[in-house]
Ligand binder design. Sequence first.
Ligand code: ADP
Ligand code: RBF
Ligand code: MG
Length: 336
Amino acid sequence: MAKTLKKLVSCVILDPDGTLLNTGKTPLEAAAAVVEEYGLPCGKNEFLSELYPVFSAQLCNIKPLPGANRLLKHLSGHGVGEIFSVIVGGDEVTSGKPSPEIFLEAAKRLNREPSSCLVIEDSIPGVTAGKVAGMEVVAVSSVPKQTDLYTPVADEVINSLLDLQPEKWGLPPFPDWIEGTLPTEPWYIGGPVIKGFGRGSKVLGIPTANLSTEDHLSLLSEHPSGVYFGWAGLSTRGVYKMVMSVGWNPCFNNTEKTIEPWLLHEFNEDFYGEELRLLIVGYIRPEVNFSSLESLIAKIHEDRRIAEKALDLPLYSKHKDDPYLNSSLHNESNHA
Ligand code: ADP
Ligand code: RBF
Ligand code: MG
């Protein structure tokens, strides 16, 4: 990964509403907010019916976003702040974003120059407010496939907090990356192998065993798109190393978020219809829109080498014995 130093900062300003928590709005309230925020050319009901399947979990749950707790722990552990050295409420300023007021007030209370503050924001008005305040701004894209919306204003656009590199801003690097991988809270997904786009083996020479996406909408929306790895169990065959992408495969501009696991083993035949169990234990990188198929293929092979090696580390290899992978009960769904 390129580690270009962008600019030195000494504090970080976050909006817990967008970046850390998705506070408990009703789906309709959340839809109205999104329609308004992005000036979408549709009504909130229309938006809800079309996009609710994509956003359902993100819109109204109250879980911190992936990577948020890790970020807070990291920052507070390095004296970049207690978890929140100062808090400025939206009701303590006269104008909301895109006015820079709330960020300037935060800088003032932190006793910092705006130029030494890094704002992490997921909304476009928020990104604008940070820049107008004279701060460095990392945009965490909250609208799938719409990262370009942020590019003109933000200093950097990332897909999720998993991709934040504090060292680019002169802050201490995350200590948990190991051999090119980031350990994640393990997550589980499984079901019968279905037909995919018929592209993996044919176009890339890389078969990916697809699972139904409709059955796992909320699970898929909880996890940022990107390349992950872990263990794969096939009920009648065994447990294998696995590397996969989650997302819209930007090289092919898919409209559906899919999960594309490549089992790191040579099989003599297809296994459509068989029960596939995946235990995902780590993250490698965001999805990329490569300019050629060759560079996509080369990158996937690099992902494979990284995953193969990392999965031998005790941290990851211990999960190989998880009973979820071996259990051959087809409709047991205690994890999925
Ligand atoms: P599809 O678009 O239908 O998913 P692919 O070209 O991606 O087709 O091939 C995936 C299929 O190939 C899987 O469903 C599985 O039956 C088979 N397959 C054979 N070897 C592997 C492997 N190592 N990893 C994943 N799938 C494999
Ligand atoms: N597709 C992309 O468009 N961009 C990627 O960065 C990308 N990375 C992948 C990494 C791995 C490990 C795998 C298995 C697939 C990846 N793909 C990526 C998905 C690939 O496009 C997909 O498997 C095929 O399109 C088959 O549907
Ligand atoms: Mg496939």
